[in-house]
Design a protein around this ligand. Structure first.
Ligand code: C2E
Ligand code: CA
Ligand code: CA
Ligand code: CA
Length: 277
């Protein structure tokens, strides 16, 4: 992993990066993908462990590639960032996710939506204006939107990031720290920034049933989050046992294949109408 500090936007997550040839190939094809309407969003529900009710959904981007079919974000997000395409993509994600989520209701209540914002897009000058505009256009209240960022994104420029978070919270938009526990930062930012949610990285959950060290980490994150008045979400929950364990530990929300895979809008609505959650 390259370090942020010296070169904030030259960041590679090697394990998630496209191979060199794929990178070249995708570079050409990503141009125009927005115009050709090749992107789509899949939605994954978040469940409140205490009540069993759905209390939100995360929008996850997919690229419907003409030859390769559905391409997952780890193969093209970094390419899109390097091509300077990520801000228009974020705008499209916002518009699309807000338009879809406006149609969702559970017991007459709207379902909040979370979107992922990567570093370049988060620190770009147009982010706040873009979010304000998207909310207005969709006629959706800021309280229905959550922005997920990683610690690395925030730390790329903490002073700037702090200002963005203040602006977001003025709009009523919630802020979640994604992949919590995997960053390299100190925790001191947590006490001075308006952060609403910690999302425990799935790497700590997948082996929780067998590894007491994972349980210790998960327990600590839940306690830390609660002491800071944050909700704690566990993502990547694949089994009933882990869900029960998390409930016992006082975790607030769960998300993962055990509840539902990410689904296209129509499938998600279908899921909402059948789910007893
Ligand atoms: P993330 O935000 O950490 O999203 C969670 C990933 O875990 C998603 O992968 C989701 O499909 C997957 N997942 C959910 N439940 C389970 C489970 O129970 N088990 C396992 N093994 N995996 C599970 P996905 O959709 O491939 O997205 C990967 C990453 O791409 C996301 O990680 C996020 O960082 C990024 N991403 C997704 N959509 C967007 C977007 O619209 N914009 C940006 N900038 N990044 C995005
Ligand atoms: Ca996320
Ligand atoms: Ca995550
Ligand atoms: Ca991730």
């Amino acid at each position: 992993r390259a370090k942020w500090n010296s070169a904030p936007f030259l960041f590679f997550e090697t394990e998630e990066d496209a191979s060199a040839t794929e990178h070249l190939q995708f570079s050409g094809q990503l141009h125009g993908a927005l115009e050709r309407e090749e992107f789509e969003l899949h939605y994954q529900p978040k469940i409140d462990l205490a009540s069993g009710r759905i209390c939100g959904a995360e929008a996850l981007l997919r690229w419907q590639h003409p030859q390769q079919g559905l391409v997952l974000p780890k193969r093209f997000i970094s390419v899109a960032e390097q091509l300077g395409m990520i801000s228009p993509i974020t705008d499209w994600v916002l518009d699309t996710a807000l338009a879809h989520s406006k149609q969702w209701q559970v017991g007459g209540e709207p379902v909040a939506i979370s979107i992922n914002v990567s570093a370049r897009s988060f620190h770009s000058p147009g982010l706040i204006a873009g979010i304000r505009q998207a909310l207005l256009k969709a006629g959706v209240d800021g309280s229905q939107l959550e922005v997920e960022i990683t610690e690395d994104t925030l730390m790329a420029d903490l002073d700037h990031g702090a200002g963005i978070l203040e602006e977001l919270s003025k709009l009523g938009v919630s802020i979640a720290i994604d992949d919590f526990g995997t960053g390299y930062s100190s925790l001191s930012y947590l006490k001075r920034l308006p952060i609403n949610t910690l999302k425990i990285d799935q790497s700590f959950l997948q082996d929780m049933a067998n590894d007491p060290r994972d349980v210790a980490i998960v327990r600590s994150i839940i306690e830390l989050g609660h002491n800071l008045n944050c909700k704690v979400v566990a993502e990547g929950v694949e089994a009933q046992g882990v869900r029960e364990q998390l409930k016992g530990l006082g975790c607030d929300l769960v998300q993962g294949f055990y509840i539902s895979k990410p689904l296209p809008d129509a499938g998600f609505r279908e899921w909402l109408s059948h789910s007893t959650h």
